[in-house]
Design a protein. Structure first.
Length: 254
């Protein structure tokens, strides 16, 4: 059985570990041993619990799941050279990761849907690890390997932050239905069904074509769509990606 060492034990680490546990022997390292024990309990299987202090990563596949500001501090506690270092740290460049010694490096940006094995994960880094990275993160959903860190940072603004944007849309549409007289629980049921069905449609067709198929001349959809355009929803979405990307860049420059 292949082995993987998690450094960090937060929610994303737990989501990934749950997907991997049947095929990987999992080790977890952290500063707080009690939190590592809680991680093991939530995972539902035995893991090797390790202390960060003087942790030897020689020959190991390492998945870094700590806070970005802690990279330098954690690197000082490690010894040896990993065979592969995977990082899910937002805005943390490949160059910044090199304070931890490894043969190769990969940045990965999953999203919240990892907990349902439905993440859209963007990958970037040493191409010799591409196949392994796609297989590893394929356990939690779909993957896209991009050519540059800029593309990964843009993808972070879209697919990484996207669940929050879509949550705003889902909540707003539900509120609109409630305002017009539908019970909230029914409005939520309709919204969930809408998003599930739309996800399937989007796999088969371009958004513009989907819109054109729904919108008939002077119809109900045309009226609602016009209201969204007047409110600047399109430009707001474009600005959201720009602003989120800018913040990601600022994190990477620190």
């Amino acid at each position: 059985m292949r082995e993987i060492l998690f450094i960090g034990h937060g929610n994303m680490a737990l989501s990934i570990a749950k997907a991997l546990k049947d095929d990987y022997a999992i080790s977890v390292a952290g500063r707080d041993v009690s939190r590592v024990a809680n991680f093991e309990k939530a995972l539902g299987c035995r893991v090797q619990k390790l202390k960060l202090e003087s942790l030897d990563i020689s020959g190991k596949i390492v998945l870094l799941c700590i806070k970005p500001f802690a990279v330098d501090e954690v690197s000082q506690k490690l010894k040896g050279k990993a065979t592969a270092l995977y990082s899910v740290l937002a805005g943390t460049t490949l160059e910044s990761l090199r304070v931890i010694d490894s043969d190769a490096y990969i940045r990965a940006m999953p999203n919240l849907a990892a907990e349902l094995n439905s993440s859209m994960t963007t990958l970037c880094g040493d191409q010799k690890l591409q196949s392994e990275a796609e297989e590893l993160f394929g356990y939690i959903g779909k993957t896209l390997f991009v050519r540059s860190q800029k593309e990964l940072d843009v993808a972070t603004a879209l697919a990484g932050s996207g669940p929050a944007y879509l949550s705003l849309i889902a909540e707003a549409l539900t509120d609109g239905a409630v305002k017009q007289g539908i019970r909230r629980e029914d409005a939520m049921l309709l919204t969930r069904g809408l998003f599930t069905g739309f996800a399937d449609l989007l796999q088969q067709s371009h958004p513009a074509l989907i819109k054109d198929r729904v919108m008939s001349p002077a119809g109900t959809t045309a009226a609602g769509y016009s209201a969204l355009e007047r409110a600047g929803v399109r430009s707001g979405c474009i600005d959201a990606i720009e602003d989120a990307y800018r913040v990601t860049q600022q994190k990477g420059s620190k």
